[in-house]
Write a protein that binds this ligand. Structure first.
Ligand code: IDP
Ligand code: MG
Length: 167
């Protein structure tokens, strides 16, 4: 019960902080999370299931997850670091072209471990068995996103998920 009736003159209900904590529900150690998106090409090709299976088989735990479509504005903000790169416009319109799955993943050394699992940006250069080798269509439509540092993993996870969406 998180609503408590008070005796104030308006007779309204006050929301108390009694059962709301600002602490994460699980004590996840710094450096052990990464952020991923299953990109529109992989969703379109019905590869959400096979990609999640690879993620689980590689020992990642799903901390948070949602299925959504990014607006061009949101995709533009997410990829702001690439604003000066020649493919920025193409990337933003592609990432807002259809639904994506966003997720926070936990494993020891998560950022590096996940980069290994997904393979090189260009799927023709990705190692055999990696997610991009198996599922990517091109260097732009390359099936998944993976954070490139612990700092960016936190920034990206916070961009998509609040504390009450993490388990
Ligand atoms: P990463 O996703 O492997 O970290 P980044 O260099 O951070 O690769 O690029 C972000 C995303 O931009 C890539 O995943 C891909 O979708 C897209 N991208 C990267 N290089 C190119 C390119 O040369 N042409 C078109 N799209 C690209
Ligand atoms: Mg990157």
């Amino acid at each position: 019960m998180w609503l408590k009736k008070t005796n104030n003159v308006s007779g309204l209900f006050d929301i108390t902080t009694k059962c709301i904590s600002l602490q994460p529900k699980k004590n996840i150690m710094a450096g052990n999370i990464t952020f991923t998106m299953i990109k529109p090409d992989a969703v379109e090709a019905n590869n959400i299931g096979p990609i999640l299976a690879k993620i689980n088989q590689a020992g990642f735990r799903i901390v948070a997850m949602k299925y959504m479509k990014l607006s061009a504005e949101t995709a533009g903000k997410f990829y702001e670091v690439h604003k000066e790169r020649p493919f920025y416009g193409e990337l933003v319109s592609y990432m807002s072209s259809g639904p994506i799955v966003a997720a926070v993943l936990e494993k020891a050394n998560a950022v590096a471990e996940y980069r290994t699992l997904i393979g090189a940006t260009d799927p023709t250069k990705a190692d055999e068995g990696t997610i991009r080798k198996l599922f990517a269509k091109s260097i732009a439509a390359n099936a998944v996103h993976g954070s490139d540092s612990d700092e960016n993993a936190n920034i990206e996870a916070n961009f998509f998920f609040s504390q009450i969406e993490r388990f």
